[in-house]
Design a protein around this ligand. Structure first.
Ligand code: ADP
Ligand code: 5GP
Length: 206
């Protein structure tokens, strides 16, 4: 879990400590990681670190960007019930380690999960009050540019990510669980918008 959040807090209605879970999804390359990192700096919410079987790319660091696991390690964790949710995305497993998230929430801290729509559906089923935020790129051409510029994927993987993008947007529209959508055109404006969404929720809880 990155960034320890603000001090423990009580829910004024129930008297119990409980943080808010924010679920951030969107097509690969839309800028979710970039936005989440900035928002974490602004708001002090925690960002869950996922596990994945995909290889680390570029400058990614194990334990900071993801926990990079072998398929056998990941499947053992599934069998042991260690994941809050998991899904197969682009031929690899991705999952949210349950314990750190549950601990932060119990302590009254807010947590962001940056996960795909399949994993998000599992989270919304378990946590009906989770707040969904969908990140959109300003257009398909720009999405292609960003994936290319990021330079993390080979051609075949990039093609898969682009093909998946439309499906992901459609799924989000159909399931209606994303209360907010943020178009990540100008980065600073998108950071402000997402920060406001989170800070508004925090204000309501106080
Ligand atoms: P995701 O997590 O959604 O897959 P990333 O955060 O890795 O996306 O962003 C994909 C690429 O686009 C990165 O190279 C990132 O620096 C760049 N990027 C993110 N947001 C913007 C933006 N608003 N304008 C231009 N480039 C951006
Ligand atoms: P990437 O390979 O670009 O880092 O991530 C690919 C996709 O996997 C993105 O849509 C991202 O949101 C999703 N993802 C990342 N972590 C998790 C996770 O823990 N669970 C699920 N279900 N999806 C994840």
């Amino acid at each position: 879990m990155s960034n320890p959040g603000p001090k423990d807090r009580k829910n004024s209605k129930t008297g119990q400590t409980a943080g808010t879970l924010f679920v951030v999804s969107g097509p690969s390359g839309a800028g979710k990681s970039t936005l989440c990192r900035r928002v974490v700096e602004n708001t002090g919410v925690c960002l869950s670190i996922s596990a994945t079987t995909r290889p680390a790319g570029g400058e990614e660091v194990n334990g900071r960007d993801y926990y990079f696991l072998s398929r056998a390690e990941f499947e053992k964790k599934i069998a042991d019930g260690m994941f809050l949710e998991y899904a197969r995305v682009f031929d690899h497993y991705y999952g949210t380690p349950a314990e750190p998230v549950l601990e932060e929430l119990k302590a009254g801290r807010d947590v962001i999960l940056e996960i795909d729509v399949q994993g998000a559906a599992q989270v919304f089923a378990k946590f009906p009050e989770a707040v969904g935020i969908f990140i959109l790129p300003p257009g398909e051409a720009e999405l292609r540019n960003r994936l290319r510029q990021r330079g993390r994927d080979d051609q075949a993987t990039m093609a898969k990510r682009l093909a998946q993008a439309q499906w992901e947007i459609e799924q989000a529209r159909q399931n209606g669980r994303y209360r907010y959508s943020v178009v990540n055109g100008d980065l600073a404006a998108a950071v402000r918008e997402m920060t406001e969404i989170i800070e508004n929720k925090q204000r309501i809880r106080k």
